[in-house]
Design a protein around this ligand. Structure first.
Ligand code: CTP
Length: 399
């Protein structure tokens, strides 16, 4: 079963159709299953191919196309969607939905969905200000449909005024808010949550370093989950390619030492501390200020132990709930349990790094949450965003 949140994006025919590609791409990076429906006229502006490539799903255009599997597409997509976005939304699709017309794949699917529908209109200013369009928008708003206001500026037709598609980042933010804020419990209001994510680096010379494999995704999802539940969140992040989550204080660090210092500075004021970072355990003994030149001999480097940050946190724990991660390749539960004791943790989230379809760069994870008093919660394979939610459910239930 696909446990990811699903956003169905309806692309209707306007010059801004290409901007919907940025929306698809950003939602995918947020671990969302994206399904695209294009109207016939949208395909005159952009072909389905880039939408297909970015969403990694087939793009639907024709209601009567030969089905790939036995399912009634407009009904299955309507049911699968957690949020339905129409971007760009033309006067035509707004008018159709406002008046109950369902005559193509997009309009029938919107009609059949119970998901929240968000329109991001884009059209010529005069069209947008036309009282008929405005009346349709008002009617839809009254019925619970949501709108992302178009921006003002010079339009594709040369006119100036309101009608440009809202910035794709605003559209993505609205969709993410609708997906997660709506049904999330606000059980972390007033709490401070400190999270570490990503790898740390240890430099060997000005151009080389050693690091650990980590994309930082798990930690970023934890930060977003804590934020959505109402916490004040500080995310201490090693180098990653991820966008800083909105509404979270992100402090970027590179080395083990920087991560340790930043976390310790914020430790006393935190209620929950989760260390999902893949911290480098060793650093080079003698850093070379100059680039090490290659020679004919083998290169032998000496590494010395660096801080075990989580252990230091455990030793200095007062009121905090301390959660660690354990990346294990064998005896997962046994080894993770040892780390609970050694680092004075309240919980540890253990995962088997030898599993090929979860962990590291994957969007999914399969973990076991262990508590200091012996509980073991085996979770199914699920999206990392969902794992983040389960971790907070477990921590908060135990208080
Ligand atoms: N950790 C840390 N500082 C380190 C190493 C690990 O704070 N130098 C934290 C990680 O963020 C994680 C937990 O300790 O929350 C366990 O990390 P892991 O790499 O699984 O274990 P190690 O303690 O390094 O033990 P080993 O590598 O021997 O399994």
């Amino acid at each position: 079963m696909n446990t990811k949140k699903c956003v169905c994006i309806g692309v209707s025919g306007g010059i801004a159709a290409y901007k919907a590609l940025d929306v698809v791409s950003a939602l995918r990076k947020n671990d969302i299953d994206v399904r695209v429906i294009m109207t016939e006229s949208a395909t005159k502006f952009v072909t389905p191919l880039p939408f297909q490539s970015l969403s990694q799903n087939m793009v639907t255009t024709d209601m009567f196309a030969e089905p790939k599997a036995f399912e009634i597409q407009h009904i299955s997509l309507a049911k699968r969607a957690d949020v339905f976005l129409v971007a760009p939304a033309t006067a035509n699709i707004i008018g159709k939905v406002a008046n109950g017309i369902a005559d193509d794949m997009l309009s029938t699917t919107i009609m059949a969905t119970r998901a929240k529908v968000i329109f991001a209109p884009a059209m010529n200013t005069n069209m947008y200000e036309n009282p008929i369009v405005q009346e349709n928008i008002e009617k839809l708003k009254r019925l619970g449909y949501e709108f992302i206001e178009p921006a003002s500026g010079v339009l594709a037709c040369g006119d100036e005024g309101k009608g440009k598609l809202a910035d794709p980042s605003l559209i993505v933010e609205k969709v993410m808010d609708t997906l997660y804020y709506r049904d999330v419990k606000k059980d972390l209001v007033g709490k401070s949550v400190l999270i570490s994510a990503g790898p740390t680096n240890s430099s060997i010379d000005p151009v080389r370093f050693i690091t650990n494999r980590s994309t930082g995704k798990m930690g970023y999802f934890l930060a977003e989950e804590a934020r959505d539940r109402g916490a004040n969140v500080i995310l201490v992040s090693g180098p990653t390619n991820l966008n800083p989550p909105k509404g979270v204080k992100v402090i970027n660090v590179i080395t083990n030492e920087e991560m340790k210092n930043t976390i310790l500075e914020n430790y006393d004021n935190s209620d929950i501390v989760i260390k999902s970072a893949a911290v480098a355990d060793y650093k080079i003994k003698n850093y070379s200020n100059e680039k090490i030149k290659k020679g004919d001999e083998d290169l032998v480097l000496t590494f010395v132990r660096d801080n075990d940050i989580l252990k230091i946190l455990g030793e200095n724990k007062k009121h905090q709930i301390l959660v660690g991660f354990a990346a294990e390749s064998n005896d997962v539960v046994k080894n993770a349990r040892k780390k609970i004791a050694k680092k004075n943790l309240d919980f540890i989230v253990a995962n088997d790094i030898t599993s090929s379809d979860t962990g590291f760069a994957s969007d999914d994870n399969k973990v076991i949450i262990l508590s200091k008093d012996g509980e073991e919660i085996y979770l199914e394979k699920m999206s990392k965003r969902k794992v983040a939610s389960k971790i907070f459910d477990t921590i908060l239930r135990k208080r």
